[in-house]
Write a protein that binds this ligand. Sequence first.
Ligand code: 13P
Length: 253
Amino acid sequence: MRDKIVAGNWKMNNTLDEGISLASEISNMVADEVMDDVKVVLCPPFIHLSSVSKIIEGTDKLYLGAQNCNDHTSGAYTGEISVDMLKSVGVQYVIIGHSERREYYGETNEFLMKKVDTALAAGLTPIFCCGESLEIREKGEHFDFVTNQLTESLFHLSADDFGKLVIAYEPIWAIGTGKTASKEQAQEMHEKLRAHIAGKYGEGVAEGISILYGGSCKPSNAAELFAQKDIDGGLIGGASLKSRDFVDIVKSF
Ligand code: 13P
């Protein structure tokens, strides 16, 4: 059985007080309402992590994730955050390779390989993001593009390490646009990704990997997406900032 996971990527939103309120609301709602076996990962900004960690401590479904980490373990990298710092405040997951970081901060497949290695070596679970632009999809190159993102950043890993990852497919054209991939489009890509993983690591590893969908996922479309056989949950942006919407998505399996 693959893990069912819903992760909320708050991006650069909320002051600390607002973040504490949001995390508290989500924590209470999840405790009261979520009966399913699902892992709920909150990925607030760095400065919220320590406070959110205390809020979710002792809960059985909530986990803490960071939105980024540095590829080095320590040293003279002004303004950066290391994996050990993240672990020291209770972080278990880290988003790596989000399209916004690829686009605005020039993160390449090759560079992301180093971040994945650093995160895994520290015992963090990378949530590795992949996804194509509209232009690439319109050219019909989306399957090659996205599978290549996995090949170039992840296929140096041992099967054992690969099995520790979570993958998130986030078509760039669906992020923050209100335009979700249809359940068929999402399932088709997830199936291709799983087959690509199986080709390298075998069916056993591929079947065990959770592949999340992200891109304008909301309460009204989460259930049909999560019902697809290769979709194991979601990476949620905008809707993760509203406790009611986020928890309704968590309840959509
Ligand atoms: P939206 O849910 O706002 O489209 O964002 C998706 C995303 O980028 C999550 O990482």
